[in-house]
Design a protein around this ligand. Sequence first.
Ligand SMILES: Nc1ncnc2c1ncn2[C@@H]1O[C@H](COP(=O)(O)OP(=O)(O)OP(=O)(O)O)[C@@H](O)[C@H]1O
Length: 303
Amino acid sequence: MIEIQHLSKRYGSKLAVDDISATIRPGMVTGFLGPNGAGKSTTMRMMVGLDRPTTGSVTIGGRRYQQNSAPLHEVGALLEAKAVHTGRSAQNHLLALAATHGIPKKRVSEVIEMTGLGTVAKKRVGGFSLGMGQRLGIAAAMLGDPHTLILDEPVNGLDPEGVLWVRRLTRQLANEGRTVFLSSHLMSEMAQTADQVIVLGKGKIIADAPMSDIIAASTGNLVHVRTPQPAELARVVAGPDVSVTSRENGLLEVTGLDARQIGESAASAGIVLHELSPVNASLEDAYLELTNDAVEYRTEEVR
Ligand SMILES: Nc1ncnc2c1ncn2[C@@H]1O[C@H](COP(=O)(O)OP(=O)(O)OP(=O)(O)O)[C@@H](O)[C@H]1O
C-alpha cells in the first residue's frame, strides 16, 4: 500500500505537485494518468526518495522509502529507463545491482527470462533500443521480488507485443497481491490496464476512481434526434431529468433518455423521425475534457 499525504513539490516558482493525497492499494493495478508536465514523474520520484517533498509525505508499506532496510524487496521502480551504465551488458548491470543488494545470481536469470531479454542479455546496454531499455528497467525493478511496483511510463517505446506483455505482467503482479502503480499519458492504454485510476493535472488530483466509473461516466446518454416536428417531440419526451436542446434545422439533442425510449414515445405520438442516433463520447474525449484546463503545454492549432 502506498499512502500519499498532502504531498507537494516546488521547484523555484513552479509548484510541480500541489498538495495531493491518495491511497494506492495492493491487489490491483492503479494507473497514474495526466498530460505531460502534470507532475507524475515528480510524484513517483518522491515515492522512492529521489526527490524530497516540499511538504507532506509518502509511505510504502507504512514506512518512508529511506526507512526500508531492504528497499529492493519492498519497492521496485522504473523511473528513467536509460539510467544504466551503457558500457555494461544487461546481465552484468543486473548482476552488479543484485550483488550490492544481497540478491542471489539465480534471480538475475529469472528476471532476464521473465522480461524476454534472454537473447540480448550479454549485449552492451549502450546499443539497446528504447523498448529493450524499458524491459531492462522492468527487470531491474523486479529483481528484489518487491511487494510494490512503481513504473513511470513503462510502455513508452515498446512495440504492440511489448505493450501486451506489460499489461499481462502488471495484471499478474496485482493478482499476486502486490501494489502496482504505473503512469501513462495515454487514456487508451490505461483503459485496458488499470483497475483504479488517479488523474493528475497541473500538480493536482482531478479524479481518483475505479476505471469502470470513468468509462461509465464518459458514455453518457446524449441522443441526436432529427424530426420535422421538433416542438411535438420535445413535448412528448419532457420529464424532470430530460433535457432537449434545439440545434440547427430540426436537430434536437436529448439527454436523460436512451434512443429506444425516445423512439417509442415518438411512435406512440405519431411523430416522424428522420434520425435517431445515440452519441457516445469516447473515453479519450472524456479524458481530454477532464484535463482540458490542466494541460501544461498546449500545441498551437495549425492554421
Ligand atoms: N528538476 C526540476 N527542476 C525544475 N522543474 C522541474 C523539475 N522536474 C520537473 N519540473 C517541472 O515540474 C512539472 C512536472 O513535471 P513532471 O516531469 O513531474 O511531469 P510529468 O507529469 O511526469 O510529465 P511527463 O510525462 O512530461 O514526464 C513540469 O512543469 C516540469 O517542468
